[in-house]
Design a protein around this ligand. Structure first.
Ligand SMILES: C[S@@+](CC[C@H](N)C(=O)[O-])C[C@H]1O[C@@H](n2cnc3c(N)ncnc32)[C@H](O)[C@@H]1O
Length: 281
């Protein structure tokens, strides 16, 4: 508990800490675990969706590294768990720069404790609804050189934010230099089932109820960036760029793609893609 900031409301479940619990982490409280267990009781595949999302993040970061991108802005980065962006990036380049941003005090406190005084990695507590605050933050300016390609990650965060989220993404798209990568995963709306309805109802009890959006609205968040084909071997055909996260360029380490869990609505509707600035759509 030494990692828990004093001002926390321990009685109210929080989506960041529920997600930590789904992933097998230990930075969560009884109220989070009760709410997460209630979700798992009606929808056991939510935990598979969380794992598939983390695996998507890993593959997207690897893709960026292969393109020579060595700086990462991870927005809504969450409670550090296995396979954080800097762990992935530093396997390839020990000099890679990573800035984590989250609004949740536990996520930020734990990230600070984990990172210590790392020269190339930092974390700030900020609300991504204020992009200029993040872009102009001294930590961003110290670590991220926006005149060079950067990977900006909105992984499983925008569906916790109501309203016009393009107003959040657009300033980042504008600030990124050509060759930069925009990584987004987002829970999409679709046919409602008793399972999905119950999960949405349970998230209403957290400070960040789920805000599902259509696939078209999620795709629009990439603006004029070129969305990569989800399958490495195909040229982009309409509709193949934004796919369930488990199907975005799966590799040998992925256990969810093709498993029975992949057919659950939580996997099918958890969409993701990577867009490249200035590659011509
Ligand atoms: C489901 S977790 C995803 C964590 C990580 N991106 C991943 O995919 O594994 C969502 C995170 O977004 C954060 N978040 C939600 N709304 C936010 C906001 N307005 N600004 C910054 N972070 C936010 C939450 O605190 C939580 O840590």
């Amino acid at each position: 508990m030494s990692w828990a900031p004093a001002e926390l409301d321990l009685t109210r479940p929080n989506a960041a800490r529920m997600y930590d619990y789904f992933l097998g982490g230990s930075h969560n409280f009884a109220a989070d675990r009760r709410a997460a267990d209630a979700v798992l009781a009606v929808a056991p595949h939510v935990a598979d969706a969380a794992r598939a999302n983390r695996a998507f993040l890993r593959r997207a970061v690897h893709y960026a590294l292969q393109q020579g991108i060595h700086q990462f802005l991870d927005l809504g980065s969450g409670i550090p768990t296995v396979g954080n962006v800097h762990d992935i990036a530093h396997h390839v380049n020990a000099d890679a720069r990573v800035l984590y941003v989250d609004v949740e005090p536990v996520a930020v406190a734990h990230a600070r404790a984990l990172l210590g005084d790392h020269p190339f990695v930092d974390v700030i507590q900020a609300d991504i609804c204020f992009p200029d605050f993040i872009l102009q933050n001294p930590a961003t300016q110290r670590l991220i050189d926006l005149t060079r390609p950067v990977a900006v990650l909105f992984v499983s965060v925008l569906h916790f934010i109501p309203g016009d989220v393009d107003a959040i993404v657009e300033p980042f798209r504008a600030a990124m230099s050509p060759g930069s990568a925009l990584v987004i995963s987002h829970a999409a709306s679709g046919t409602t089932t008793a399972e999905t309805e119950e999960v949405q109802r349970l998230y209403q009890r957290t400070p960040t109820p789920l805000q599902l959006r259509s696939a078209a609205d999620i795709e629009a968040l990439f603006g004029d960036f070129t969305m990569l084909p989800a399958n490495r071997s195909t040229v982009r055909a309409s509709g193949t760029a934004l796919v369930p996260v488990a199907q975005w360029r799966p590799d040998a380490d992925d256990q969810v793609a093709g498993s029975p869990a992949s057919a659950s609505p939580f996997l099918v509707r958890f969409l993701g893609s990577v867009g490249i600035k200035g590659a011509g759509r």
